[in-house]
Design a protein around this ligand. Structure first.
Ligand SMILES: [Fe+2]
Length: 344
């Protein structure tokens, strides 16, 4: 197991690089834009392949590294379904899992600091974002924060985890690096309240100044989506409405790049093939399933995913690998659903 807690001293943000082994897939939680070079250097030094970048919520105090990491590594960006970010590759909800090779994180919806705050539980460790901090809790006075929701997330969700669960927050301003649920229950001053109303009063009386970066960070973090127009301008994109008319056509192979869990939860385009995005490089090389399909038939290869981001990256990679019929459904299955495309 590789577990690296990385610190951005400007915003006092902790980012976490996780992998099950050297040479394997890696995931990063809450990356900071200015630290992206450092993360990628470490990924290279540890012989890892970054496949997912996850934000616990839409940050107000720093610009996320999600978009930059996606553009430089073609990794998948992940946020909660409630996030107001324009586009990420994958959105998750309570009960879902974020998986990479050898590791699985359970998604907990823990709103309150913001309405898009999620925590991620990995075995005996929980990444709490700004919901639960060490001897503190995230402020609830902007970005649709709500002290009542936060009380519920804390007392009815996070504090119900076993006492020895390790707590890894998104920030610390005093130099602490890790705590436990039991320790926070006993010593976190915000958690020593006797009722939800007492917690609401406490959080409402903080009168904190806005974060210095807020006016820059929030709008920037809301625009993380990959520019799918670039792919469209090259003639490699179909609108969902155009794609709907191609269902069942023998000269078109629709390729679903999503994970099995997404297919089960959100449905699939009838007759489409499944070729998960993490296996793409293998699949588009000579000998790979998609490469062989492309050269052995004159089928047009139409990629799709949840929101069009993985498929846009896949089109570029497939075109680079010589598959000249590769194109994708702009906006992914979300656009497909809006265009009343059929689902199985
Ligand atoms: Fe935050």
């Amino acid at each position: 197991m590789i577990f690296r807690q990385l610190f951005d001293s400007v915003s006092s943000t902790y980012s976490y690089l996780l992998a099950s082994r050297r040479g394997g897939e890696a995931l990063i939680i809450d990356p900071v834009l200015e630290r992206v070079d450092r993360y990628l250097q470490l990924v290279k030094e540890l012989d890892l392949r970054l496949v997912k970048a996850v934000d616990t919520h839409l940050h107000a105090d720093h610009i996320t590294g999600l978009g930059a990491l996606r553009d430089r590594t073609r990794c998948i960006t992940v946020m909660g379904e409630r996030s107001s970010v324009d586009v990420v590759s994958m959105r998750v909800a309570e009960g879902d899992q974020v998986q990479i090779e050898g590791l699985s994180l359970d998604v907990l919806y823990t709103p309150g600091h913001t309405d898009d705050s999620y925590s991620f539980l990995m075995g005996d460790s929980v990444f709490t974002g700004d919901t639960l901090l060490i001897r503190g809790t995230g402020r609830t006075d902007f970005q649709n924060g709500d002290p009542r929701a936060q009380y519920d997330s804390l007392f009815n969700k996070l504090l119900k985890l076993p006492d020895d669960t390790l707590v890894y927050p998104a920030h610390d301003y005093k130099g602490d690096t890790v705590s436990t649920i039991g320790e926070e229950k006993r010593f976190n001053p915000r958690l020593q309240v006797k009722s939800i109303n007492q917690y609401v009063d406490l959080m409402s009386s903080l009168n904190l100044p806005n974060p210095k970066m807020m006016d820059v960070a929030v709008p920037s973090n809301m625009r993380q989506g990959l520019a799918q127009e670039t792919i469209a301008k090259r003639g490699w994109a179909l609108t969902a409405a155009e794609a709907v008319r191609l269902v069942g056509r023998p000269d078109v192979a629709m390729i679903d790049l999503r994970e099995r869990s997404e297919r089960e939860k959100h449905g699939v385009i009838p007759g489409s093939l499944h070729a998960p995005y993490p296996d793409l490089q293998e699949n588009i090389q000579p000998g790979g399933m998609l490469y062989e399909l492309a050269v052995s038939s004159d089928k047009r290869m139409l990629f799709y995913c949840a929101f069009g981001e993985r498929s846009a990256m896949a089109v570029q990679a497939a075109q680079d690998a010589g598959i000249s019929t590769a194109c994708h459904i702009q906006g992914g299955l979300a656009a497909w659903k809006k265009a009343n495309g059929p689902l199985a």
